[in-house]
Design a protein around this ligand. Structure first.
Ligand code: ASP
Ligand code: MG
Length: 462
């Protein structure tokens, strides 16, 4: 492998210990051309947003105190990691940036308003501070590193706080600022999440945006791998708090990862890595606290080996099942449309649906408008609402063309009452609704059924 992008999330740079560990991972990586993309230290983005809110509410003293705390935290990291002379330089930069933050807070307090543009200016310091220290530390640790401010290349539109990167403008900038440093043999250190408009205004690309930054950079410099370093071992066959013997999934497809994401697999949001997937670049999710665990690779191609059918079992609790039966028995055209119009009107996301001519079951998570929804549906249907439900979902590319899987699922949990079953349009998941109290049992039974340690495929599972 010649070129890779290594992204470290907030917990992987949260203190001196974490930074040291992450720096070691960068140094141990054999790939010669490395681009390191960093998040702000854990919690910092939220605190910087708070600085803006406090200032806008006229509480400038509290805002300044919070800036002081952030300054102290970063100074301590620098002190622990850096030799005296370098530390002094870095501390001077930290001090001057925190003065900037105080000035910003003051300006916001005078205006009595924090705009998206001021929030972006504030939060950009989070990534800048973490990368300032990390870059300095890498340089002392035996390998030349160069800092390239993301605002030299991550050109975006002007929608502050959720700016959209301009993929036509970025490659030229990467050519100009990142590739020469790599050719010089330096490790490039840059920031995730932040960008800039063509006119030079600092932007950010949305919360949690660093994964997206890493995927974009990787796709546009033709990296061979994008590594997302977090604090979990990758994606597992089931929630380890329910199934302690759950296996790490070594490799899965983008589609499988996307299905799981809806079930709160909190590892990463697959959409953010689409630029990499489109270019067929594997994205590997790894644990910076346990680098020896090899993580999960997410790749573009579906698994069609047919050897492994079920990749993972996911669930979502706190589900409400709404059953809607049309009271107009005949010619119920428009029924589905009327039903979904009501959910749409109240901006309520429907997760699963099962339908017949005259009835629909739908699952929702957000019940803040349930009363109004039910009332409107009752003008043309009979409605029953059942709370405390859960969706359990079995995911795998090969579900599409395997026989007997639904039968195995149903057989494994034959003692449990199932309220609704659906096979997603993608055909790579089977989901069903059960009482929330049965989730533990159901997930364990299914895991036993599909992940028998004797016959799982070791190429795919750990
Ligand atoms: N620091 C930013 C956030 O917390 C971006 C990121 O961590 O991905 O949202
Ligand atoms: Mg973060």
């Amino acid at each position: 492998m010649k070129r890779c992008v290594m992204k470290f999330g907030g917990t992987s740079v949260e203190d001196a210990t974490a930074m040291r560990r992450s720096a070691q991972i960068v140094l141990d990586e054999r790939c010669p051309e490395r681009v390191v993309v960093l998040s702000a230290a854990a919690g910092v983005t939220n605190q910087l947003l708070r600085v803006g809110e406090l200032a806008a509410e006229g509480q400038e003293a509290s805002a300044t105190a919070l800036v002081g705390a952030l300054r102290g935290r970063h100074e301590r990291i620098a002190e622990e990691l850096l030799p005296a002379a370098l530390c002094a330089t870095v501390r001077a930069t930290i001090a001057s940036w925190c003065d900037d933050l105080d000035d910003l807070a003051h300006g916001i307090a005078i205006l009595g308003e924090a705009t998206p543009r001021s929030f972006d200016m504030l939060v950009s310091y989070g990534e800048r501070l973490s990368s300032l220290i990390f870059h300095a530390f890498l340089n002392t640790a035996g390998h030349p590193a160069e800092m390239v401010d993301a605002r030299l290349f991550m050109i975006t539109d002007g929608q502050n706080m959720h700016a959209v990167p301009d993929i036509a403008a970025i490659p030229g900038r990467l050519q100009q600022h990142v590739l020469p440093a790599l050719r010089r043999g330096a490790i490039v250190v840059t920031q995730g999440f932040i960008g800039v408009t063509p006119g030079g205004i600092t932007t950010t690309i949305g919360r949690g945006g660093s994964d997206h930054s890493a995927a974009l950079i990787g796709a546009l410099i033709d990296a061979e791998e994008i590594q997302i370093w977090t604090d979990v071992d990758g994606i597992l066959t089931a929630d380890p708090s329910l199934v302690p013997q759950a296996h790490r999934i070594k490799m899965m497809s983008f589609m499988e990862a996307s299905e799981l994401a809806y079930f709160g697999a909190r590892v990463l949001h697959p959409e953010t890595i689409l630029p990499a997937v489109r270019k067929n670049i594997p994205v590997r999710v790894l644990n910076s606290r346990r680098p020896s665990s090899r993580g999960t690779s997410i790749i573009a191609q579906p698994d069609t080996s047919g050897q492994c059918v079920v990749k993972s079992i996911a669930y979502k609790e706190n589900i409400t099942l709404v059953s809607i039966v049309s009271t107009r028995m005949f010619l119920a055209h428009g029924f589905l449309e009327n039903v979904f119009d009501v959910f749409h009107k109240y901006r309520t996301v429907v997760h699963n649906v099962a339908t017949s001519d005259i009835s629909i079951s739908a699952t929702i998570n957000d019940t803040s408008h349930l009363e109004e929804i039910a009332e409107e549906l009752r003008t043309f249907a009979t409605v029953t609402v059942a709370k405390a439900k859960a969706i359990v979902c079995v995911v795998g590319d090969n579900l599409r063309n395997s026989r007997g899987i639904a039968a195995r699922v149903l057989h494994a949990i034959s003692n449990v009452n199932i309220n609704m079953i659906s096979q997603g349009a993608s055909e790579i998941n089977i989901s069903f609704v059960v009482d929330e109290i049965n989730v533990d049992t159901v997930v364990r039974l299914l895991h036993d059924e599909f992940f028998n340690p004797q016959d799982i495929n070791r190429e795919i599972f750990d």
